[in-house]
Design a binder for this molecule. Structure first.
Ligand code: AGP
Length: 607
């Protein structure tokens, strides 16, 4: 997942390109580069690693070019070094690319057979050479692009610069997002609204298959068939403010601490605080008519969907199927006539989730998206959008977006239960009251951070960690494992506690920390039995429970993290906090790059 940007400016564009790339760094940070047209010639500056390395290289250079492109990379093909860094140049063409050209090997072989010499291991370079070949054959840039796009297979968002034409940029989109920005005598291309927010809030989102020819006077857009089309100009809400860490050492720490506020903000859109009722009317579908609910997403968003399965089945007696989008999109699952598909995505750009959404639409499902970016592709392609109000989430590890997703999903399940006649007014009030208390409860958990940090110090010495949970807290166990491994690089697995004796207990010895998530609910005794099985084998236990559970285990020789008691169904929103803090502090002790862990990117726009 890379970030791409292009600017046709009135003044020098080198540093505005870097400014845009700074907003796109969450998409990948293996390398970065820009290309500008300086006195009619393409000049390129690239650097491996974070964007600051590119900035250092640019300092002292006098780049006055008013047309340019830029790229921040998450490597798909070729090691993340300077040679493989974008932009890629062939002849009089410079190009930046987000996505994967799936037939690049054939294209590369075809070009090499004609004597073309490749400098890089990337798929993108093949596109640059194809364009250069077209230009050498006498094609004009627009025709060269049209011909080359017809040769490409796979997913791409491209921004292309032509030497000798300082008043043209061409962008193309097939899969990963690409927006055209409309300025005052300037025009822009960018992967998303955040990148272009410093320059304009007037955006045209290219549709799949579109390509666009920009000049400073405006844009001509063609669809996949090559026909000229017009696309709406919308006004983005993306803030031009570059989110900063404030007084926090990492974005992740800031975003963990923001959860009481953003959960309360999200709740405000779904519940009536006075009536203590869920507030969701006038939907495009009727909960009562639904035969089944399909939920699909990736990563942490998928785990929010897994929790939602328990809520919809319990509160609304609605059969639910949940699957990771990368599997679901290829399963050709038979879907019911009256079905609703809910996709969950913080970024709203995850390729697998978008593909799964499109499959559900092709199968005649009602579609709904739980997203944090209302202008994202997934939001724009869904029948109904249920927004989370987490605000920009910069840390690659999802935290506040996850708990806001949970907030929305439990409200949807309550609305479904109410509409289908399974959730009475008393139970609704009890549940919504507990949800309204959640921000206060999370503040209480955050006040116990120092204790959790000390436990994380021990965890950071482990080679493997197990997380156990039952029922609604099984997804929380999975999320705890995902958090730990993705930012501390410690191997961790989440398991249904009842599964322990079916294999994983073989792993347990005195070197194995086992995090047990067990509020004193109906399943507490069962989970405690599993915990005793671990204790009997010397496992290092970390018990997460409420005050009652903590009291019942007073004096035991293992760590206990006490979580405020709440409605049993609300526990995932609360227990998410200590598992996030455990992972965060373990990663800090490990000295890893907490906000931008190795090999990861915030938005996975390639499959
Ligand atoms: C979670 O911490 C990860 N960053 C990752 O699993 C993420 O949840 C997943 O890639 C889905 O992203 P999305 O919510 O933007 O679709």
């Amino acid at each position: 997942m890379c970030g791409i940007v292009g600017i046709l400016g009135k003044g020098p564009v080198a540093w505005p390109l870097v400014e845009a790339l700074r907003r796109l760094e969450y998409r990948g940070y293996d390398s970065a580069g820009i290309a500008t047209i300086e006195k009619g010639r393409i000049e390129r500056v690239r650097a491996p690693g974070k964007l600051m390395h590119l900035s250092q290289k640019l300092t002292g250079l006098d780049l006055q070019g008013t047309a340019g492109i830029g790229h921040t990379r998450w490597a798909t093909h070729g090691v993340p070094n300077e040679t493989n860094a974008h932009p890629h140049i062939a002849g009089h063409v410079a190009i930046v690319h987000n996505g994967i050209i799936e037939n690049y090997r054939d294209l590369k072989a075809e070009l090499m057979a004609e004597g073309v010499v490749f400098e890089t291991q990337t798929d993108t370079e093949a596109v640059a050479h194809l364009l250069s070949r077209e230009l050498k054959a006498g094609a004009k840039p627009v025709d060269a692009v049209r011909h080359v796009l017809a040769r490409l297979e796979g997913a791409f968002a491209l921004a292309i610069l032509f030497e000798g034409d300082g008043d043209m940029l061409i962008g193309a989109r097939r899969g990963p997002p690409l927006a055209v920005g409309h300025g005052d005598g300037e025009m822009y291309l960018g992967s998303d609204a955040i990148a272009l927010a410093p320059f304009t809030n007037k955006l045209t989102y290219l549709e799949d298959g579109d390509w666009a020819v920009l000049t400073r006077g405006g844009v001509t857009i063609y669809d996949a068939s090559g026909a000229k089309v017009s696309r709406d100009i919308s006004h983005t809400q993306a803030s031009s403010m570059l989110v900063d860490k404030g007084n926090y050492r990492h974005f992740m720490a800031k975003e963990i601490a923001e959860q009481p506020e953003v959960i309360g903000h999200t709740l405000g859109d779904y519940v009536d605080f006075t009536q203590r009722k869920v507030r969701l009317e006038g939907l495009a579908f009727d909960w009562k008519q639904l035969d089944r609910l399909t939920i699909t997403a990736c990563g942490t968003a998928y785990l929010a969907g897994l929790a939602a399965k328990y809520w919809f089945e319990k509160l609304a007696r609605l059969p639910v199927e949940v699957d990771v989008a990368s599997e679901f999109r290829y399963r050709e699952a038979p879907l019911p006539k009256n079905g609703l598909a809910i996709v969950i995505s913080q970024s709203g750009e995850t390729a697998d989730t978008l593909a799964a959404l499109r499959y559900c639409k092709s199968q005649g499902q009602h579609t709904a998206a739980v997203v944090n970016v209302p202008e994202s592709t997934i939001a724009r392609e869904s029948d109904v959008v249920f927004r989370t109000f987490a605000g920009p989430e910069i840390g690659v590890a999802s935290t506040k977006a996850f708990t806001c997703q949970l907030t929305v999903l439990i409200c949807l399940a309550a609305a479904a239960g109410k509409a289908r006649g399974f959730l009475n007014a008393k139970d609704e009030e009890e549940l919504i009251s507990a949800l309204i208390e959640t921000p206060r409860h999370i503040h209480e958990i955050l006040r116990g951070e120092a204790h959790i940090k000390e436990i994380a110090r021990k965890l950071s010495a482990a080679r493997d960690v197990l997380y156990l949970g039952r029922g609604i807290n099984f997804p929380v166990a999975l999320e705890g494992a995902l958090k730990l491994k993705e930012i501390s690089y410690i191997h961790a697995e989440g398991y249904a506690a009842g599964e322990l004796k079916h294999g994983p207990i073989a792993l347990v010895d005195e070197n194995m920390p086992v995090v047990v998530i067990a509020p004193r609910d109906a399943l507490y005794d069962k989970t405690l039995s599993n915990m005793e099985e671990v204790a009997a084998r010397g496992g290092q236990i970390v018990l997460m429970t409420d005050a009652s559970g903590a009291q019942a285990n007073e004096g035991r020789n293992f760590d206990v993290i006490t979580v405020p008691k709440s409605h049993p169904l609300v526990s995932p929103l609360l227990y998410a906090i200590p598992i996030q803090l455990l992972a965060y502090h373990a990663a800090v002790f490990m000295g890893t790059d907490v906000d931008q862990p190795r090999n990861l990117a915030k938005s996975v726009t390639v499959e």
